[in-house]
Design a protein around this ligand. Structure first.
Ligand code: PMP
Length: 360
């Protein structure tokens, strides 16, 4: 049993211990200024350096070319559900939303306040990676969520939109996998899973999409305003942004996104292996082709709620916490973001095997 708490939270989630220790060391006196980052002007040279270093680091980590702008915004993923249509969807325009679960559905609902939303549902049981939809030249953008945090559905391919600008919510799997940013017009991600503390949101936008916002777009959600003012149009979530910068640095020091991806593959395979070799004691409701590497939902004896409660309680006694499934779907969910280590996942899989043995 681990003497330390192992946190499998879906978000806000575990941060790398090295990052938290650095925050602790710098808390009362940031780099000799005698004050903390929380108490510092966001226009000070020290804070401006945090912003530019974070931008440079994420540009390098994701190999982002110069025709893309990196923004740090407030408002979380939900803020972006409004920002995307307010910046990219003319009031007479249309956007296609791929509905894969809770978060893409919420995004579509929000966007429909601002323009015409065409919702499509994929068929993950078909063997093809193609998303079927009627291509329409008038569509302003095609939107999808690369990883549905609640349902544990992750697309392992980038949809082919036939030239229509592609927008992705990568809140729960960004930086866990290498991807080609040039296939996207815009990517956003709330921080609280793989990036840092909740409150800051990463937006990566191709420059030709700037300047198309609606006249009603609030300045704090306006990508052009934020781009012109280097994300400092108003006071940003300073402390969160600072911790995010440390997480970017930590990922670089670990070897970058490719190393995160290898670990992510290894960790998720360990859990799926136990599920798939449990003769149905554990089951994952997600079709194999779209199983998430970062959020693994599973049931015990096809939804025996009493056993599932026992599992969560017993895990907690063994210092493994936040394993309860989302309230809308029930069951168990293990979230294995970048800060969760392979050793921690080994302890989880050992517990899963022990628990199963004790109930057979
Ligand atoms: N998108 C995804 C994929 C999410 O998992 C979440 C939150 N868990 C959101 C959007 C919403 O983010 P926020 O709570 O920061 O608004």
């Amino acid at each position: 049993m681990s003497s330390k708490i192992i946190n499998f939270s879906p978000g806000p989630s575990k941060l790398p211990e090295d990052v938290l220790l650095q925050v602790q060391r710098e808390l009362l006196d940031y780099h000799g200024t005698g004050i903390s980052v929380m108490e510092m002007s966001h226009r000070s040279p020290e804070f401006m350096k945090i912003v530019t270093d974070a931008q440079e680091n994420i540009r390098q980590l994701l190999n982002i070319p110069s025709d893309y702008t990196i923004l740090f915004m407030a408002g979380g993923g939900t803020g972006q559900f409004a920002a995307v249509p307010l910046n990219l969807l003319p009031s007479t325009g249309k956007a296609v939303y791929l509905n894969t679960g809770t978060w893409s559905a919420k995004a579509a609902k929000e966007a429909s306040k601002y323009g015409c939303v065409i919702e499509i549902k994929p068929d993950f049981k078909s063997s093809s990676n193609e998303i079927q939809w009627d291509h329409d030249e008038d569509v302003s953008y095609f939107y999808y969520c690369s990883n549905e945090t609640v349902h544990g559905i992750e697309l392992n391919f980038i949809p082919d939109t036939h030239g229509i600008p592609l927008v992705a919510d990568m809140s729960s799997n960004i930086l866990t996998k290498d991807f080609d940013i040039t296939k996207f017009a815009l990517v956003f991600a709330g921080a609280q899973k793989n990036i840092g503390p909740a409150g800051v949101t990463l937006v990566i936008i191709r420059n030709d999409l700037l300047g198309k916002q609606s006249v009603h777009c609030p300045s704090v959600l306006n990508y052009s305003v934020m781009a012109k003012e280097n994300s400092l149009h108003n006071t940003p979530p300073c402390f969160n942004l600072y911790v995010m910068a440390l997480v970017f640095q930590w990922i670089s020091e670990q070897g970058g996104v490719k190393v995160m991806e290898q670990r992510s593959n290894a960790k998720s395979q360990m859990v799926y292996e136990v599920i798939d070799h449990s003769s149905g004691f554990y089951s994952c409701p997600v079709p194999a082709s779209v199983r998430s590497r970062v959020n693994i939902p599973f049931r015990i004896q096809n939804g025996n709620e009493d056993l599932e409660k026992q599992f969560v309680d017993e895990a907690k006694r063994r210092n493994m916490i936040q394993l309860k499934g989302h309230r809308s779907v029930g069951g168990i969910r293990a979230s294995l973001y970048n800060a969760v280590t392979v050793d921690e996942v080994s302890l989880l899989t050992a517990f899963m095997k022990d628990f199963m043995k004790s109930k057979l």
